[in-house]
Design a protein around this ligand. Structure first.
Ligand code: GL7
Length: 835
């Protein structure tokens, strides 16, 4: 049935079309109307939460009007679109971002003030949308912001988890996990109960001959679950484009579950079935850089891939184009291997449902997909057991075997008699049980594979995917160095710095062309400018000091050097190196005379980050940090010279307060392990200096800002393998200063030493895989340099300003344009001539 209004009636319709508020007065009217009607509250019971909701609903109306227009525009223009498939979107809060992007924050601030509220209080009521673990999920969120800002016709597809990443509480120094139920009165999503897809699982495959005698396959499923679409509007910055993030929620498939059982009197099991269906989208897996091969995770992956592809294919079919044009209309980007089943699912749809020949289908598939690799850590590379897949997705496993067969045949032709090569590149690992190597499907099924920083992209070509470079040549592999959105990570998180920059550059154009920051460099010697720059940093440190007081109870001196390491807790990220360094500092301070102590730069060592709930070593690191804090922070002899802070529940909204307040931040992963890192960029863009290893994007940050503006230390990636080998087969020499640290821990300086045994023995006895001992000396020496240089505030400020001026390269807009050019082959939508 045609659902659109007939042409003669459209004029009447248009007369009443929703309009956007543009003045303070109109904002206030919308705000009050929403509080009194949508929320059913009044001026007698409007608290800050209601004020947040009223403001959010007023802005949501604006966004959805633009969302509607954008979707229409994109449909009519009929251009190629890109679909970004990600299991994680770490969005954080939406209201502040929406206000800034539509350019109405000042209007809202004044309007709220008229009605009795401070805008900051309303903003801080919002629950973070935390559908992600760390950098990978946040990168997806930055993509959405840039794609909308640059007017690309782009959709995100993800899962609508009922529980995002858990909330972390620290109890007696230990991490506790609290479920993050975030959906109650979330105004930013629109349920589309009319947009549903039935998703199949289990069952079996039957072969049959069609009328032409061709062998066909049909998958008779054993279980069906329904996917329901929830749409989240994504506003671009200062543009009409508002794109869509579509999140799928699972529920029991209508009709078949309840009535049969219900009528048979089996009410309980009817409800139980419903709950089983709903568990698919219930919870985000809380692991960062680790895959554990759980069936429910595979179900999530297929559920989301199948629903998204159904949607994408349905949209394409409306254009009535030939299938061969699919890759000209559709680009699909795989955020890591998590959506790799989309490759298999598209091939299945094309051959089993649409009746295309294998080769024709496969060239459509490879023309459509691009794959981004985000890690070389072996424990993070996805493999699924063949029996598990056979059971859950029997037809997909067959197709995977066929993809593998054709691939291996082509390899054999080009490299005859190289049996080792065949077994190395086979999608199926011949282990017990056999495993499906998802990254290999992703490479074989995509036209481009990219890493996320230069070193990382080189490493994947020379290590984990080496054979595929030999097979396909180097052109299938490329690099796109990560970036961050300057809207959230400068303008929103650090409004005063953004305003100061705008004053110098004559406007806010740098927010959409970050390379303009280079014009700041001429002001580097301007005394007044330097003072203003320093004052903003000082204010941001005060703001963080207040947060620290609120969440930990500790008071810190804002004149100290703030040294920050916030990111997921992981051995490869080496928070243990940091805390051992802190202990070293503490022991050195204790050994000093009062005269010597007078020369010391006071320091606050700030940590934050979640450990995966099952990651014992990471949890021990958190416990050690808190145990050191408990001793050091109450040591009167030390006082302000050293404080140790663990900020619980690190998340996007806390990052917005922390990043602008650091003097130095730590990006100290073992060389060759951190694919890129993106918080390094956030800290430098906010005028903090960094201490880091030659790893991930640190290397390119150094190239851009100059090596005199960064504190690099430690062994190089190219030497890591050798060092590890020597630890095992040569003799392992513990660094003497690190030994002093270990001795103090073992003596019980920080409480019962048995809590820290595994942390220490992993280094002393088990090969020090992450090279903590090898890098310790240079780490300590580099921190001494940091102290020295911090005492020369003028020099420090010059470095800070120069670094910010040279950060243009790390804008997510540059990243998005590179993907669009090199991988997606799409153009922005031209909206210039529109009213
Ligand atoms: C990650 C990398 O660890 C991180 O270095 C990178 O910046 C990020 C985005 O590309 O992707 N890979 C990964 O599996 N997680 C990451 O954060 C979880």
């Amino acid at each position: 049935v045609e659902a659109s209004i007939p042409e003669p009636l459209r004029e009447a319709w248009r007369k009443h079309s929703a309009t956007k508020f543009t003045t303070k007065h109109e904002f206030e009217r919308e705000f009050v109307r929403h509080i009194e009607t949508t929320l059913a509250r009044s001026l007698y019971n409007c608290d800050e939460l209601a004020a947040y909701s009223g403001a959010a609903l007023a802005f949501r109306d604006r966004l959805i009007i633009e969302w509607n227009r954008t979707q229409q525009r994109q449909t009519f223009s009929d251009q190629k679109r890109v679909y970004y498939l990600s299991l994680e979107f770490l969005m954080g809060r939406a209201l502040d971002n929406a206000m800034l992007n539509v350019g109405m924050k000042d209007v809202a601030r004044d309007g709220l003030a008229d009605l009795g509220f401070r805008i900051e209080d309303a903003i801080s009521q919002e629950h973070d949308a935390a559908l992600g673990n760390g950098g990978l999920g946040r990168l997806a969120a930055c993509f959405l912001d840039s794609m909308a800002t640059l007017n690309y016709p782009a959709w995100g597809y993800g899962l609508r988890y009922r529980y995002g990443i858990f909330k972390q509480e620290i109890v007696n120094g230990y991490q506790m996990e609290i479920p993050d139920y975030w959906l109650d009165n979330n105004p930013w999503e629109f349920p589309r109960h009319d947009i549903t897809v039935d998703i199949q699982f289990y069952g079996h495959v039957t072969k049959y001959q069609d009328e032409n005698g061709k062998t066909c396959h049909s998958w008779e499923a054993g279980e069906t679950v329904q996917a329901v679409a929830y749409d989240v509007p994504i506003p671009g910055y200062h543009t009409k484009t508002t794109n869509n993030l579509r999140l799928w929620s699972s529920k029991a498939s209508s009709g078949e579950f309840d009535f049969q059982k219900f009528n048979a009197g089996d009410y309980e099991s009817a409800v139980a079935d419903q709950q089983i269906a709903e568990t698919i989208s219930a919870v985000l897996y809380p692991n960062d850089n680790l895959e554990r091969g759980k069936e429910l995770r595979l179900k999530q992956q297929y559920f989301w891939c199948a629903a998204s592809l159904y949607d994408i294919v349905r949209r394409f079919k409306k254009t009535k184009r030939a299938w061969s044009e699919f890759p000209d209309q559709v680009a699909i980007q795989l955020n890591d291997t998590h959506p790799t089943l989309a490759i298999v699912e598209l091939q299945r749809i094309l051959i089993d449902v649409e009746g295309l020949e294998w080769d024709e289908a496969w060239s459509i598939v490879t023309g459509t997909f691009g794959y981004t690799n985000h890690t070389v850590l072996p424990e993070a590379l996805e493999k699924w057991s063949v029996p598990l897949m056979q059971n859950l997705l029997p037809r997909h496993l067959q197709i995977i075997y066929d993809i593998n067969l054709f691939f291996l045949q082509s390899v054999e032709k080009r490299f005859p008699n190289d049996r080792d090569m065949l077994s190395r590149v086979s999608i199926i690992e011949e282990s017990h049980p056999k495993m499906v190597r998802m990254a290999y499907i992703a490479i074989i099924g995509s036209h481009k594979v990219n890493g996320v920083a230069e070193l990382h992209s080189d490493l994947i070509k020379t290590t984990i995917f080496k054979d595929f470079v030999t097979i396909y040549g180097p052109d299938r592999f490329t690099n796109v160095t990560n970036g961050i959105t300057p809207r959230r990570w400068l303008h929103q998180a650090n409004p005063e710095l953004s305003a100061l920059i705008a004053e110098k550059l004559g406007g806010y154009d740098f927010l959409t062309d970050l390379t303009l920051l280079d014009r700041l460099e001429v002001f580097v010697d301007d005394k007044k400018f330097r003072r203003e720059w320093a004052d903003i940093k000082a204010k941001n440190k005060l703001r963080l000091a207040r947060l620290i007081k609120d969440v930990t109870g500790y008071s810190v001196n804002p004149n100290s050097l703030f040294d920050v390491q916030v990111k997921r807790i992981h051995e490869y990220k080496r928070q243990q190196l940091n805390i051992f360094g802190v202990i070293h500092r503490y022991l050195s301070l204790k050994a000093m005379t009062p005269e010597e102590r007078k020369k010391v730069v006071p320091r606050v060592s700030i940590f934050g980050g979640k450990a995966a709930p099952g990651y014992w070593m990471a949890k021990s690191i958190i416990y050690l940090i808190n145990s050191v804090a408990a001793v050091v922070n109450k040591d009167d002899e030390i006082g302000d010279l050293l404080k140790v802070i663990f900020i619980e529940d690190y998340n996007v909204s806390k990052a917005e307060i922390i990043c602008p307040a650091s003097d130095i931040s730590e990006h100290i992963s073992t060389a060759g392990t951190e694919a890129s890192g993106t918080s390094n960029m956030k800290f430098v863009l906010n005028g903090g200096l960094i201490i880091g290893t030659c790893d991930g994007a640190n290397i390119e940050i150094t190239r851009e800002i100059g090596e005199q503006n960064i504190f690099l230390f430690g062994n190089l990636a190219e030497d890591v393998e050798d060092l590890r080998h020597r630890h095992f087969y040569g003799s392992f020499q513990l660094d003497p200063q690190l030994k002093r640290v270990f001795d103090a821990i073992k003596e019980g300086t920080f409480g019962d030493p048995s809590s820290f045994t595994s942390l220490i023995s992993s280094i002393e006895e088990h090969g020090d895989y992450y090279l903590v001992s090898d890098d310790f000396n240079s780490y300590i020496a580099t921190h001494d340099m940091v102290d020295q240089e911090f005492q020369n505030q003028e020099e420090w400020l010059a470095k800070s300003i120069t670094s910010v001026a040279r950060m243009g390269f790390f804008s997510m807009d540059r990243v998005t344009n590179e993907y669009a050019d090199i991988i997606w082959n799409i153009e922005p939508l031209d909206i210039a001539d529109e009213a």
